[in-house]
Write a protein that binds this ligand. Sequence first.
Ligand SMILES: Cc1ncc(C[n+]2csc(CCOP(=O)(O)OP(=O)(O)O)c2C)c(N)n1
Ligand SMILES: [Mg+2]
Length: 579
Amino acid sequence: MADAAVKEKTAAATPEAEQNLTDGFHLIIDALKLNGLTTIYGVPGIPITDFGRMAQAEGIRVLSFRHEQNAGYAASIAGFLTKKPGVCLTVSAPGFLNGLTALAHATTNCFPMILISGSSEREVVDLQQGDYEEMDQLAIAKPLCKAAFRVLHAADIGIGLARAIRAAVSGRPGGVYLDLPAKLFGQVMDAEAGQKSLVKVIDAAPAQIPAPAAVKRALDVLKSAKRPLIILGKGAAYAQADDAIRSLVEKSGVPFLPMSMAKGLLPDTHPQCAGAARSTVLKDSDVVMLIGARLNWLLSHGKGKAWGEAPKKFIQIDIEPKEMDSNVEIAAPVVGDIGSCVSALLQGMGDWTTPPADWTAAVKSKREDNVAKMAPRLMNNNVPMDYHGALGVLRTVMKERPDAILVNEGANTLDLARGIIDMYQPRKRLDVGTWGIMGIGMGYAIAAAIETGKPVLAVEGDSAFGFSGMEVETICRYKLPVCIVIFNNDGIYRGTDINNVSADPAPTVFVKGSRYDKMIEAFGGVGVNATSPDDLKRAVNAAMDSGKPTLINAVLDPGAGSESGRIGNLNPQSKLRKK
Ligand SMILES: Cc1ncc(C[n+]2csc(CCOP(=O)(O)OP(=O)(O)O)c2C)c(N)n1
Ligand SMILES: [Mg+2]
């Protein structure tokens, strides 16, 4: 700050001198713009307040949040949607730490993101002399991201940002930390030398072509299958190789199972979609081709009960060689970027024989049975609403607006919405991701609206919403076309738990009958209390048509949910617990 003040005075005294100078503030802005990074999600404060103002003045879109974690989640999903690193900007120590959760989340989910944090003076931090917001941020960030860099000299800003961009988007994408000490912003240098020091990153995520032998091996294994299955992960959605993936799936004739954020890559209503026959295809398949999907907990690590007794062979397509054999043996690893791998497979297929008809017919009939069983439940008009009645309405809303973006978090609210709401287009479903994290909701909704210009429907558990709820002000401030529907069942999983021992409520319950709709009214948004599926339908359609920031409090039966949604089995049990 002091440096900036001194510089301003000097510049006023000698205007012609200033023309030949630039400084850290401007070089960072120029470097971002040069690389097409024109949106920043963040929270202002020392030492980056002026930087945000200047960036805005220079045409960068600076979106100011109420908490860095939400700004960070916004940046992470911007990275997923655009294949460019989403940028989050924070102040030092506490702001940095608030943003760090999102950086770790981006890394875990393989989203490209750069967390840029201002930091305190190196000399003071390193001697631990108690600076304002003192913290060795670089050291703390390192284990939680793909790469971490610090820039100490204005002349290195160009290189520093170039390294951050490459690290974020090349190979398997992830989070990168860029540490910018306060002094850097005010550092002055010759303007021409400054311009020359900037780097425009060429081919930041170069294609990684798979080895022909690996492609042939994969096709041989797939050809040998009697009951093949393709699993599409969010890596496949990220790749933006939509046409090639669709062609591969359709030409192969193999049933496909989309992971949550891969839904819509091919429509959930596609004749080969096995989404509604998930347990059957996992159990009974004999060859499984994973495209940008990892065999982590979300796929029961590729083994155990969910995968049945039948021996299985896995083909895995992934950009990260270390992913292979992470949980089970991979018979045919194909390492490369998804687009190049899928194209190579397509080319190698030649005259292809589709899988045995008894397998595809069995999958189809299982799917149709399950869909038919579900249908009447989705049409119920119960008051208070249950999940199926409410989700039946939202399913139709999304069907009628296939290019809207669905953001989804919660436990029951997540698991049931994922199964019930069909998706029709790629990258339209954004949810809790690899960690099953609560708190992504409003950050994702904001970034989705900003990055795509499309209307956003955020379907939120009442607990999930609470993690980022204050950002409804941000949504109203920027007048974003976001409709938030809160599935209000008075608590986490359910609102019915009772504490028999003291006056305190049970740990999973909230204030009964809360009116979340009133929150958005405080900021000029539209609030609606919906008690029936019909109410909900009217309110959501009005919101999606008007594009006005809207929050609908959907009153659900407090007893409707189940513990931890679909993953209750992951809860450890006490043998001593008194029933
Ligand atoms: C950051 C974070 N904290 C806590 C949790 C644990 N957790 C899982 S789901 C959930 C909330 C579920 O309640 P709600 O959002 O109301 O959905 P419901 O099941 O009631 O529909 C919580 C707190 C988590 N997943 N992530
Ligand atoms: Mg709830």
